[in-house]
Structures are given as C-alpha cells and as structure tokens.
Design a protein around this ligand. Structure first.
Ligand code: HEM
Ligand SMILES: [Ca+2]
Length: 312
C-alpha cells in the first residue's frame, strides 16, 4: 500500500514505467558485492539508517565534501565506520546507463537495504519508492541524531521519537545488529570502565567480556572488528535477541534494550522466542524508517552522481 510522509507519498511501483529494470539492477549489484564481501550486506543496511536519521531519507549521507557541502561522512557515527559507498556508485552508474536522470540515490539505498536483508536470510518486502535527493548534507545532524553506542536507553528512545519512531521500532530495527561488525572503540568502555569507576559493565556476561578484552585492549586496537552477533554474524535471524537474553549483546546500546526498560525487555523476549514476529515487525519498521521526511515532487533532485549535487 501507499505510505505517507513529507509532502508527497512513496509507493513501490514508482519506477515501474520509467525504469522497469531498476530493482533488478540494484539486486544484481548488491548480490555481487555481498558475494565478494559478506559484511557488505550489513554496511548497506546501516547506510540507509544513517541517511534517514539526518534530514530524512534523501541520500545526504552519500555527499562528499565540496564547495558548500560538509560531508556527513566525517561525523562521529560515520568516520572510519560507514562503508558501501563504492557499491552505491556502481549501482547508480548502471542505472544511469539504463534510464538516465530517473532513479534517486535515496531510493537506491532503500532498495539496497532491503536486498541486503533478503540476501542474508531476512524477510522480504516491497519498498515504497519516489524519494528524491537532497542538495545539502548536515554534519551536525549526523552527529546529533544518530544514537551512539554508549547513549542511555532514554536518550536512544528520544532520538528515535524525534524521527517519529517508537519503542517497538527501536527494538525491531536494533535487530539489524544480527549482522555486521563493530569496532573495539564502539564498546571498549563496557569492558573496562563503564561507570567511570574502573569497573566493567556487569550487564555483559563476564566470560564473554574476558574473551572480548583479549582482542580489545585498554588502549590500542581501536579499529579491531567484532561480530555484533557472534552466534550467526552473517545470517539475518533472531539470535541477536537471544544473545541479549544471555547478556551477550556487544554494544551497551544493545544490552540496555533488555536491562533498562520493562516494555523494551518484553519486546526483546518476544523476538528472541519468535523469529516470525521479529521479521514481521522489522518489515513494518523499515518501511516506517524509509518514510522519514522524503523529498518528493519537485523538491530536491535526481543526482547524476550520488557523491555530489548536480551542477546547473
Ligand atoms: C538503536 C540505536 C543504534 C545504535 C546506538 C547503533 C550503533 C552502532 C554501532 C556503534 C555500530 C558499529 C560501528 C563501528 O564500530 O564501526 C553499528 C553497526 C551496525 N548498525 Fe547500528 N546502531 C543502532 C541502530 C541501528 C539501526 C536502526 C540499524 C538499521 C536499521 C543499524 C544497523 C547496523 C548494522 C547493519 C551495523 C553493522 C555495519 C557493518 O558491519 O558495516 N543499527 N551500529
Ligand atoms: Ca539524510
């Protein structure tokens, strides 16, 4: 069905006549990229999230610094962390060849996020389309709106609510951490000095913590990589939620979903016991996130290159 947001609305058939092969092209290049690098599925899923939380799903995250643009790529959440830009470039080039000046970079990211989910074993859905691309970026928005892994439960929930998302969306979308990696620097505090008193975070299983310390030392190794879901790191399933029940969530922002709020704790349990319910809610919440303030109609533009705004 149609979903509403911003001025106009998005719908899955948006390119059916103007670029019937668009979805097929995205799927082809996402599959190729994930075959070469299984982590790419996670990276593309995250890119859509980091786009939508900053001025809506408008491909602002893809812009490089230039002229008046200060790139979101240098924000705290993205620096040394966000990846997949080359894959988006490759998809965009192929789509421009097939149907010039028609398919937005923002829609390519939404489709790539869906395809990445499906390719790793997650649910499928029709992606509402018709987003257009921004002519600017927001470094401060990227720094402020995207939750940090050491934020409190309340801060994280507030940041979701500012985007029109609720506690159910928060828990379901956090299930994305069923795939992909995090760097040592994103959770080190939990291992050594969670509350500033030189003690670890005791909501982290202590033998798992000891194992993590061997690869994430007190100093150094900032960029060392760890699976967000150590049980099935490249499979989109509900083991992320099972890990939370066992106090084996990697990030503090993961474990707080189980330890700091009764409603959220109940949702974590529900999804840990019932993967189907997780998948169903994940789809709803992804569509909701994908509908954050899209540019439609005559707003924004269809970029020719995703990394830069069009020249006139
Ligand atoms: C709830 C608040 C969230 C916080 C605090 C958070 C934080 C993080 C952090 C710190 C990382 C690791 C970054 C690094 O160390 O390089 C990460 C990775 C990831 N996040 Fe989140 N995230 C959140 C929600 C989400 C949402 C809503 C999605 C998608 C809808 C998502 C998808 C991912 C994926 C797939 C990865 C792995 C990326 C890769 O391996 O390249 N996250 N997240
Ligand atoms: Ca954006």
């Amino acid at each position: 069905g149609k979903t509403y947001g911003g001025g106009g609305y998005l719908y899955p058939q948006f390119y059916d006549h103007s670029c019937p092969k668009a979805q097929e092209i995205v799927k082809h290049f996402v599959a190729k990229a994930v075959a070469e690098d299984p982590r790419m599925a996670a990276s593309l899923l995250r890119l859509h999230f980091h786009d939508c939380f900053v001025k809506g799903c408008d491909a602002s995250v893809l812009l490089d610094s230039s002229g008046t643009i200060i790139s979101e790529k240098r924000s705290n959440p993205n620096r040394d962390s966000a990846r997949g830009f080359e894959v988006i470039d490759e998809i965009k080039a192929a789509i421009e060849k097939e149907c010039p000046h028609t398919v937005s970079c923002a829609d390519i990211m939404a489709l790539a996020a869906r395809d990445s989910t499906v390719l790793t074993g997650g649910p499928n859905w029709d992606v509402p389309l018709g987003r257009r691309d921004s002519r600017d970026a927001s470094l401060s928005g990227s720094n402020n709106n995207i939750p940090a892994p050491n934020n409190t439960f309340q801060t994280i929930l507030t940041k979701f609510k500012l985007q029109g998302l609720d506690i159910v969306d928060l828990v379901a979308l956090s299930g994305s951490h069923t795939i992909g990696n995090a760097r040592c620097t994103s959770f080190r505090q939990r291992l050594y000095n969670q509350a500033g008193n030189g003690k670890p975070d005791y909501t982290l299983d202590q033998s798992y913590a000891a194992h993590l310390r061997t690869h994430c030392p007190k100093s150094g190794g900032d960029q060392n990589l760890f699976f967000l879901d150590f049980v099935s790191p490249v499979k989109f399933d509900n083991s992320y939620f099972k890990n939370l029940l066992a106090y084996k969530g990697l990030l503090s922002s993961d474990e707080v979903l189980f330890t700091k709020n009764a409603e959220s704790r109940k949702l974590v349990k529900t999804y840990a016991y019932n993967q189907e319910l997780f998948f169903q809610q994940f789809v709803k919440s992804m569509i909701k996130m994908g509908n954050i303030s899209p540019l439609t109609g005559y707003k924004g533009e269809i970029r020719k290159y995703c990394r830069k705004v069009n020249a006139y």
